[in-house]
Structure formats: C-alpha cells, structure tokens
Design a protein around this ligand. Structure first.
Ligand code: ATP
Ligand code: MG
Length: 543
C-alpha cells in the first residue's frame, strides 16, 4: 500500500491526512489500517515514532458517523500528557469530518470535562483513573462503545492499572473491537491480550535484528555517580541539542537535576508526577514552543510523547527495564528524523547495560566522558555561530557600531571579542549544585518461561511476512508483516529466549501476576494501592 487513497477512505478523512502532511502510510499504518477497518481485534507492534497513533486513529474516525451522538470509541493511555497528545492527533484526523473527541485525564478540573462531555463527543481519550471517576459519577456511560484502543498497555499494567482497566472493560459491551498498540511486547501484554482480545490479528513491524529505531545513534558513557552531573554539562556543551530529554530515575532526582541545570545556566525544566497538572502543562508548553530546550523527566515522559525537534535523549540514570530504554530513547529519531541517545552507566551497572543490549539486540557504542576542552570547544563553536549569524543582520547591529568603533580604538580586537564571547557563554560552571546520589541499578536475574510471549517467540522473517501456519519464514527484505506469536526476538534461544513453543522470553520477577506495581530499586517504590481510590493516576508510582 503506497497511498492513503488505496484504503478506500472517505474524502474528508483523506483531506485531514493531507492537512497533517502525511504523504504515504508508514509500514504499520499500511498493514494495520485495513485490519482495523475490517472490525477485527488487533495487536499492533511497531518501533517508536513510526505512526502508531494514526494507525488506529484513521480507522477510528473513518468508522464513526458524523451524526453519532454517543460515546462509541474509548482510547486508554497510561499518562495524562499522552492522553492530551493522542486527543490532539485524533481531533486533527476527525476535524474535517466533524468527529468530536475529548481527553479525560486526572488533574484537570472535572467540571470542565463534564462540560466537554455535554458536547457529545464520539471518542474519549483517557487515563484509567479519571475515566473511572466519571463512570462512577455517571457522567460517562460506556454502553454504546464499539471500539476500545489500549495504547502502551504494558505501561498501564506496570503502573498498577490492571484492576481499573478490568473494571472499565467489564462495562463495555462484549461485542466490540479491541485494538492494542505498543512498541514493545513484554509478557504481561500477551496475558492482557489473551484476556481481553478475541482472536486478534498480530501485526508486528519489529525487525528481527533491532528493536530500537534505526534512526537513533546510541552511545553510553561509563561514569562514576558523583561525576554524572559535570559529565552531563560537558555533554550538553560539547554537542548542544536542539531539544533534549534527560531521564532521571525518581521524582526527587528529576527535581534536583532540573534545578541544578537551571543554576548552571541551561534553559531546562522538570516534569514528574509530583507537580500539579497546571505545572506539568506549563513545562510541556515551554518545551514544545522551544522556550526551554532541556526537559528533565521521569518515565512519565518515556511513553508515546511526540515532540518534533528532540535531537537528543540522555539517560542520566540507566533505566531498569529494556522496554523502558527502548521507549525513552524513542523520544528522538521519530518520523524518519535522525536522533542521538546517550546513557550514563556507573561501573557497577555495566552488566545491566549489556543485558539491555542483548534484549534490544543492539550494541550501544562506548564513548569517553567528554573532556573539559571538548566541552569548551563545543560552547565556543555555538557562540561563534551565534555571532556570525548576528553579523549577517546588519540592521540589528547598526545601533552598536558607534560604541564598537570606540572600543576598538582603545583595546585589542581579539581581546575584545574574546571578552564578549566569554560573557555570551553565560558560564556558570562554578555555581555549586547538589544532587542526592542514586543507588546503582541491580541487574536482575530474570526468570524465563516458555509460555508467556515476552521477548521470545518464533519470528524468523525479520521484516518479512509470516503468518501462523502460512508463510513461515519467507519474508525477507522490505517491510512485511508478521502475525501471531512471537514477541520481538526472532529465533532467540538459550539465555533469553523461550524454550520453544509460542513465545518465551523473559518474565520480570517483579511483574509476576501481570498487575504488580513497580516496587523494586528502580525508583517505583510508592505503594499506590495504599492510597485512597477516587483520584487514581500515575502520581501513585514514582514517576
Ligand atoms: N504517514 C505519515 N507520514 C509522515 N509522518 C507521520 C505519518 N504518520 C505519523 N507521522 C508522524 O510521526 C510521528 C510519530 O507518530 P506517533 O507518535 O504516532 O508514533 P508511535 O509509533 O506511536 O511512537 P511511540 O511508540 O513512541 O508511541 C508524529 O509526529 C506523526 O505526526
Ligand atoms: Mg504512540
């Protein structure tokens, strides 16, 4: 499928796609759209930043009649920011056709959402906790829902939403279509799919050789915990990002790190679950409009967020899970653009890094910590570029010329320019900052079982096409289709692979039972189940 018109979409929807600037479908869109239009249940798996949102968004808006005045589609996402973003894309796809959609998420004034519901949206995009609040208040009824989408379902389970999702789905008629999308497919997703999807078509665009997006150059730096902050500043100076997302392990870490970066003169701010929703919205707005260029975040920003211009992702702290690594670095290198990721690894964490490499099937190149002089050169280069750019703008500089001429009569020209550059760099490297050290990630011994689908599986065809009992292992080259079974590991056997049969792969001990909250050293120590019901949200985990 090389054009959107071949899907037989209505002209309104085609117009919306053109307005979005999409010229041709991405591989996951090419394969998922016809299946979703056919009404079948589906698991859609494709690398980060390859257009999964429109892969479900286009069929959703196509299937709804503009005259419909009931909630017929429900999309669930793990975080508020993602609910907002998905709602924006759905709104753009449905606008020309007159489809009404509404985001429903925690932290926003519920009265405002109730007013929004009075406009009778056909599509609701929400986080599970707030959705349940509305259901309990009877401001949302799910009796007429025909299609449910679970975006980043594994993350919702990791955050402890299994019970909420189960309650919500039990209120949706059995006769429905359920679509599940993610870039990674850990074991608990397979379990969830078994429970809630009926005979799903599994469309996987994950190549056998690499689960991370190929547009991302991946590096790591071995660094002592106490050197991380200076290392980070050197990195930002050496290779100034257009926009960068820096991931820290815990809310406290993110708060301290963003504060420290601001003190040192970087245009940074932090995003984590302890901020009010207004603060979170403000930070996201500043990052999207470029008034800050460094976003420091917990894993609350790891999933799904699509911000164009993110050139760098930096893992200030190594993530606990390989999935988290894949999703975090996937905030760059999106929609065909290039990106770079840097990961800091303390000496005691190198085993865990190699584990991540093994699972993601990609070697992460080691680089030395940038030296002070490399950092200085980078900084000077940027300042020089800014000055040269300003030189090109004669009109802007005219007002300064008279003083410049005076100064040049009194001082050496090189000395003058060097002093001006020094001032422009806003160098604050002597400002003291304090960061509480984090414990190293402990590499976990994973348990493996052959039943759960995890990372194992039978995939052979790389990008090729494979159907159960059908074209096994034939496809090579090009983006093909891979269905049924198999996580994203191709034929892995031995250490991490499943011992034959469907699936296999590792199962994380701390996720046993499929609904465990994160509760180990990875910084997810809060016990959200202890908290009162009513305003459940991602705030209950430490992100
Ligand atoms: N057909 C297309 N042509 C060009 N750009 C597209 C197309 N489809 C989607 N995009 C753009 O690609 C970017 C990534 O899309 P999206 O956020 O849906 O990715 P994703 O696969 O859901 O990623 P993640 O796994 O991180 O959630 C967005 O900016 C989107 O506008
Ligand atoms: Mg997505």
């Amino acid at each position: 499928m090389s054009t959107f018109s071949e899907f037989g979409l209505e002209s309104d929807v085609l117009q919306a796609i053109t307005d979005l600037g999409y010229e041709e479908p991405t591989p996951i869109q090419a394969h998922a759209i016809p299946v979703a239009l056919s009404g079948r249940d589906m698991i859609g798996q494709a690398q980060t930043g390859t257009g999964k949102t429109a892969a479900f968004g286009i069929p959703l808006v196509s299937k709804i009649a503009a005259s419909e005045d009931r909630i017929v589609t429900l999309i669930m996402t793990p975080t508020r920011e993602l609910a907002i973003q998905v709602a924006e894309e759905i709104e753009k796809l449905g606008r020309t056709k007159g489809i009404r959609s509404l985001p429903i998420y925690g932290g926003q004034d519920i009265g405002r959402q109730i007013r929004g519901l009075k406009r009778r949206p056909q599509i609701i995009i929400g986080t599970p906790g707030r959705l349940l609040d509305h259901i309990n208040r009877k401001t949302i009824r799910l009796d007429d829902v025909q299609t449910v989408v679970l975006d980043e379902a594994d993350e919702m389970l990791d955050m402890g939403f299994m019970e909420d999702i189960t309650s919500i789905l039990s209120l949706v008629p059995e006769e429905r279509q359920t679509l599940l999308f993610s870039a990674t497919m850990p074991a608990n997703i397979q379990k969830l799919a078994q429970q809630f999807l009926k005979n799903p078509e599994h469309i996987s665009m994950i190549p056998k050789t690499q689960t991370t997006n190929k547009n991302i150059q991946q590096f790591y730096i071995e660094v002592q915990e106490r050197m991380k902050f200076d290392g980070l500043c050197r990195l930002l100076d050496m290779e100034p990002p257009e926009l960068a997302i820096i991931f820290g392990r815990t809310k406290r870490r993110v708060a301290e790190l963003s504060e420290a970066l601001m003190k040192r003169g970087y245009a940074a701010d932090g995003l984590h679950g302890d901020l009010s929703q207004n603060q979170r919205d403000a930070v996201m707005r500043k990052f999207r409009d470029g008034s800050i260029d460094v976003l420091v975040a917990t894993d609350v920003a790891a999933r799904g967020l699509d911000i164009s211009g993110v050139t760098h992702v930096i893992n200030f702290d190594l993530p606990q899970d390989p999935e988290s690594y894949v999703h975090r670095i996937g905030r760059t290198g999106r929609a065909g653009k290039e990106g770079t990721s840097w990961t800091f690894v303390t000496p005691r964490e190198t085993d865990h890094l190699h584990f991540i490499e093994k699972i993601t099937r990609h070697r992460i190149s080691k680089k030395p910590l940038p030296t002070l002089s490399e950092a200085m050169e980078g900084k000077q280069r940027v300042i020089a570029e800014r000055i040269i750019e300003a030189v090109g703008n004669e009109e802007d500089t005219n007002a300064y010329k008279w003083v410049a001429a005076q100064l040049l009569e009194q001082y050496d020209s090189v000395q003058l320019l060097a002093a001006a550059m020094k001032l422009l760099t806003g160098d604050k490297k002597d400002v003291a900052v304090e960061l509480t050290p984090e414990d190293p990630i402990r590499s976990k011994k994973r348990k493996f079982d052959g039943r759960s689908g995890g990372y194992g599986g039978q995939g052979r065809g790389g990008y090729g096409q494979r159907r159960e009992g059908g074209y096994g292992g034939q496809g090579r080259g090009g983006y093909g289709q891979r269905r049924e079974g198999g996580g994203y590991n191709g034929e892995r056997r031995g250490n991490y692979g499943g011992g034959g049969g469907q699936g296999g792969g590792y199962r994380k001990p701390y996720r046993e039972g499929g609904q465990g909250r994160r509760e180990d050293g990875g910084g997810y120590r809060n016990d959200r189940r202890e908290e009162s019901r009513g305003s459940r949200s991602e705030d209950y985990v430490n992100i």
